[in-house]
Ligand binder design. Structure first.
Ligand code: BDR
Ligand code: CA
Length: 314
């Protein structure tokens, strides 16, 4: 059983990933922690509470960071996820569920210390909460079983970014946090655009979920209408599977090919938010990658296998 903390900025694909986790019999979801990103922190936390309430997800919800470690949060990408972060579906004004009294980073620290060696963190938004947890309690890193991140792009398929030509959204939103998190000594895997753009869910697949996966499937159909329209405007006739790819890595790592090496994140200048891995077997003169732990990045994916896993789980 995977004991999971899900760090997220719901977000249409975040909601799809949360429902994937919730449906898996192999997952014990211990907490949801929220971050700014696809909406303001008010919006993403409200959406997490709403999803938990609507689908009976009992895990506590810790409200997280509203801005990056340095600077201010940019405008939420309402053209990607809708003004309410969930494709502009109707969301009740009043919710019963309330956030946990602890901020996200504190909830993360407490859970890791309560379950040493057991917690797996799946982080699919800005990495600010994880960086804050590490700053407050650096001793937690070796107590975490693994961290799986949806973020970054390493040019494996010629793509380096989706917000700028050099940066993926989750990293671009707080590059310093990403550099600190990838510099920590915990087993970590980055599931970047290199693989998440290789797995797509076309309309017939989403329609099949609507027909086969009960109220969860019908909800995914509803929220994915906006996301699909956004992809279509960009000439992509199916939706990219970003955040659910991180969940798939947790559940079935054999679906992915990976490469080890140390990772740095550019936090200023033209390539702000760019992720660069120095492969473990690459030699060279002293560089900013020296002394950093080796982590995995995903370089390949069995897209059909991933879709099959998602559909059968739901
Ligand atoms: C990432 O950015 C967000 O829009 C998605 O939820 C995903 O986590 C993809 O770049
Ligand atoms: Ca996300």
């Amino acid at each position: 059983m995977h004991k999971v903390i899900f760090d997220t900025d719901p977000g249409i694909d975040d909601a799809m990933a949360l429902l994937f986790l919730h449906a898996s019999p192999e997952v014990d979801l211990l907490a949801i922690t929220t971050t700014f990103g696809n909406g303001t922190i008010e919006t993403t936390t409200r959406n997490a509470l709403y999803l938990a309430e609507r689908f009976g997800i009992a895990a506590p919800i810790g409200r997280g960071a509203g801005a990056p470690l340095v600077g201010a949060a940019g405008d939420p990408p309402d053209f990607v996820h809708g003004g309410n972060g969930l494709g502009d579906i109707d969301i009740p004004a009043v919710l019963t569920r309330q956030p946990d009294p602890r901020p996200a980073y504190r909830l993360i620290i407490d859970l890791v210390r309560t379950h040493p060696g057991e917690i797996e963190i799946v982080a699919v938004g800005r990495m600010t909460n994880l960086a804050l947890a590490l700053r407050e309690a650096p001793d937690i890193a070796p107590l975490v079983k693994q961290v799986v991140i949806m973020g970054g792009a390493f040019g494996i398929n010629g793509v380096l970014g989706n917000v700028t030509p050099a940066a993926e959204a989750n990293i671009w939103g707080d590059p310093l946090a990403a550099d600190e998190v990838t510099g920590a000594n915990w087993p970590l895997t980055m599931v970047g655009l290199d693989v998440t753009q290789q797995t797509r869910m076309p309309t017939p697949f989403l329609r099949a979920l609507a027909n086969e996966a009960g109220k969860v499937g019908r909800f995914i159909w509803e929220i994915s209408r906006f996301y699909e329209a956004f992809h279509l405007k960009g000439g992509v006739d199916s939706i990219y599977v970003h955040d659910s790819s991180a969940v798939a890595y947790l559940l079935a790592p054999d679906l992915f090919e990976t490469r080890r090496g140390s990772i740095r994140v550019v936090s200023e200048g033209l390539a702000f938010g760019m992720t660069i891995q120095k492969p473990a077997d690459q030699s060279g003169p002293p560089s900013p990658w020296d002394g950093r732990p080796e982590h995995r990045i995903c370089t390949g994916v069995d897209a059909e296998g991933l879709r099959r896993l998602y559909r059968s789980t739901l």
